[in-house]
Ligand binder design. Structure first.
Ligand SMILES: [Zn+2]
Length: 319
C-alpha cells in the first residue's frame, strides 16, 4: 500500500520539503564561513541582508500582508564594531543572508529605515502566514542566535567564548583551554499512533482542553531514535506500538530541535497516563479528524506550521 499516495510522494526528502519552516532554496555555502575577508566584503554589499532576532521573536512587516523584515547589511555593519553576534546563513539568487541577535546588540538595527506596521512576534504563530522561504530563513536564524546566546561561556572552564567561522563555531578565549563549540540541534521524535480507523492524540495541561496533538519527546543518550518513539508513547499513554514508519523531519527552533516524524501502529490500545506529560489522551476517529480539519466539531488540531499537523493529515488521507 502506498501510504502517502493520496497526499504526497513516498520520498521522505520531498515530504520534508512540504513541512513548515522548510525550504530548499538557500545554499548554505559553508566554504564562505572560512573566509573573514569575504564576510566583511559581503556585509558592504547592497545585495546582502540581515535578519534580526530578538530573544525568541522575529521581526515582521504586518501590512499589506505579513512578511519577514530584512535589513540592508551595510546599514547594520556600520553600527557594529564586532561581529560576535552575526551569523552567515547562506545565498539565494544573488543575495546573501545573515542573522543578528539584537537582544544583545540592540543598537545595531537602523530603526529609522523601518516602516510603520513592524512588530517583533513569534515565528511559531506568524510563520505560516509568510513566504515559506522567508519562514525557513527565520527558523535558521532563530536556531543559530539561540545557540550563540547559550554558548557565550565555555562549558569546560567557564571562560568567555568568541565567534568564529562567520558565527558557525565558538572557541573558548582562555589560552589554557581553547575548547571548540559547534551549533547543535537536539533530536526529538514525534509520532502519530494509529489503530485501524483511529489515531491517538494527547492534550498537555498548558494547552486549551480541546487542543490535541501527536506525541513527542527527546531522544535520550544511549537509545536509538526508534526506541525513543516506543518509549515516549509508552511513557505518555501506556500504549504499545510497533511497525514504525518514518515520515519526514522538520527543523523546530523552539528553541533548538529537529523533529523526526513517524507513524506507528498500536499493538495495545488501552490508555494509561504514566507520567505528567499529558492531561488527557484519546483515540480519535478519522471522521472526527476530518471534522476538525474542516473547522467543525470541538477538537482543535495542531498548528499547520508543525509536522504534527502533517502527520495527522497524511494518516487521515490514507485508505
Ligand atoms: Zn574554556
Amino acid at each position: 500500500m502506498n501510504r502517502f499516495a493520496a497526499s504526497d510522494d513516498m520520498d521522505p526528502l520531498l515530504r520534508s520539503l512540504r513541512n513548515g519552516l522548510v525550504s530548499d532554496r538557500l545554499g548554505r555555502e559553508s566554504h564562505k564561513r572560512l573566509n573573514p575577508d569575504w564576510v566583511e566584503s559581503a556585509l558592504s554589499e547592497a545585495s546582502s541582508f540581515i535578519i534580526p532576532v530578538r530573544g525568541e521573536d522575529s521581526l515582521f512587516y504586518r501590512k499589506p500582508e505579513p512578511r519577514a523584515a530584512l535589513f540592508p547589511a551595510p546599514a547594520v555593519r556600520e553600527r557594529i564594531t564586532a561581529l560576535d553576534n552575526l551569523v552567515y546563513l547562506g545565498h539565494h539568487r544573488g543575495e546573501d543572508f545573515f542573522a543578528i541577535s539584537v537582544y544583545e546588540t540592540v543598537n545595531a538595527i537602523p530603526w529609522e529605515l523601518l516602516d510603520e506596521g513592524l512588530a517583533f512576534d513569534s515565528l511559531w504563530s506568524t510563520g505560516m502566514l509568510i513566504d515559506q522561504f522567508e519562514a525557513s530563513l527565520l527558523a535558521y536564524a532563530r536556531g543559530m542566535c539561540y545557540w550563540h546566546h547559550r554558548t557565550k561561556f565555555c562549558g569546560a572552564c567557564g571562560g568567555d567564548t568568541r565567534s568564529e567561522r562567520a558565527g558557525h563555531m565558538r572557541v573558548c578565549a582562555n589560552e589554557q583551554c581553547q575548547s571548540i563549540y559547534f551549533p547543535r540541534t537536539d533530536p526529538a521524535v514525534i509520532v502519530l499512533v494509529h489503530a485501524g480507523e483511529h489515531c491517538l492524540l494527547g492534550n498537555k495541561s498548558s494547552w486549551p482542553e480541546n487542543r490535541f496533538s501527536t506525541l513527542a519527546g527527546f531522544v535520550e543518550p544511549g537509545e536509538t531514535v526508534e526506541q525513543a518513539v516506543v518509549r515516549e508513547v509508552k511513557e505518555e499513554t501506556g500504549v504499545d506500538v510497533n511497525t514504525l514508519e518514518y515520515h519526514s523531519s522538520q527543523p523546530w527552533p523552539f528553541p533548538g530541535s529537529v523533529m523526526l516524524g513517524f507513524h506507528a501502529t498500536a499493538t495495545r490500545q488501552e490508555i494509561t497516563l504514566l507520567d505528567d506529560e499529558l492531561r488527557d489522551a484519546r483515540w480519535f476517529s478519522r471522521s472526527e479528524i476530518l471534522a476538525a480539519k474542516a473547522g467543525t466539531g470541538w477538537l482543535r488540531l495542531p498548528s499547520r506550521i508543525s509536522i504534527a499537523r502533517r502527520l495527522v493529515e497524511d494518516w487521515c488521507q490514507t485508505q
